[in-house]
Design a binder for this molecule. Sequence first.
Ligand code: SF4
Length: 479
Amino acid sequence: MYASKQPIDSYASKMTDEKRHSVYDGTSSGTYKRYSVLFKDYEDPDALRKLAGKVKDHTLSHLPKYLEQAEKKLTENGATVHFADSDADARDTVLAILKKHGVKRLTKSKSMAAEEIHLNPHLERNGIECLESDLGEFIIQLDDDIPSHIVKPIIHKNRNEIAETFLREGIAEDLNNDPETITRRARSYLRKKYFEAEAGITGANFVSAESGRIALVTNEGNARFGMAPVPVHIVLVGIEKLLPRDKDFGLFLNLLGRSATGQQLTVYTQFVGGPRHPDQPSGPEHMHVVFMNNGRTDVLKSNCREILRCIRCSACQNVCPVYRQSSGHAYRSVYGGPVGAVLSPILFGDRFAELADLPKASSLCGACNEVCPVDIPIPDLLLRLRDKAKVEKVKSVGALPMAPFAVLATSPLVWRTAMTASKMMNHLPIQYTPVAPLQNWLNQRTLPKWQGGDFRKWMKGRQSETTETKESSKSPSND
Ligand code: SF4
């Protein structure tokens, strides 16, 4: 007996209309903006994304060399470089750095790598106060929630809910849901916190192996606010974020802004080469860069290695019909949507069986591949992971049994008979079928009228018409 629904379907069916609208509106506007900016500025964005894909592929193929180069350059620039193999290593490395510098309070700008290893709870358990400085992440933290989108972590919330949170937390004295007011209130609350912090943690959008420079983009300037007054800056970054040269920044930053938020360039783009020089007036005196593996080298060895090209722009989430109806939380992992459906089961390899349903929750429409700025063939990767689940005999909850269809589709005689007989379906109360997965499927769809066998009849008729025409054109009257 199959469980009634796939986990994503179950989640989506219980979502409130309010949440569904928030997700749908947020993703649609992102897609529309991306489209208008990208195609207005570039005649052939496809050539650019193919080039970006190649640069990333090249980097991944020579990862040890570029990691070594980056380490050397960063060290020459005065930073301390650490390598963390697992999530626990990464958490412990960050904690050890903070302890060494006696840090009790810090601010953190948005970082998927930190989400991936659940850094905040670990630091808090160890007595370190960790404040999210990205507005969306800050609200997530206040609500004890988790992000549901890579770029817009609170895409599932509307402004009324945010106003309620601010009132509850004493950040506001009334329920004003005007976005500008909300932002102003968050800003005045966070500004004080920047000055109380003793360290700042950021991610990195890209790292140049050539110069050791780190590129950081935000729309709120919170990464640089977090760095300006503190003595210690920690960068937590996945090893796949490397680029070979500084000039690659141009290509990737142009693609990132346009793909993520439909901006030509993100509002704040910062390049950090190392800690403060003695002749600079401000900035952290200590910079630590933690390169995190956490399963990435396993992905690199797999047949889904292309997913490591991902620059976390979220364009694939915005355009995905499944994500739009279900939100990122339905994916049960920090990475939701098409990128998550590939990355999560394979990056968190020990959870493969638990997450193997994600690659099946897709119609393989290909929209994700079309928008991806680094040309990741996501539908192909989803098929490879479906195959892996089959080879490893991992059963997914709620998946329709495909074996009967395989018999049908591979036997021409059975197929022909079934197609002709299918017209009977028009007269059967199929919506009352006792097969639960089919019932669920039909609850949400209206089947078109079955017309089985008509195409074959039409084709046969056409073929005989063509033969007759050819025969008559050979008429001897013209000889
Ligand atoms: S897979 Fe492609 S479209 Fe999706 S987040 Fe990554 S880079 Fe963006």
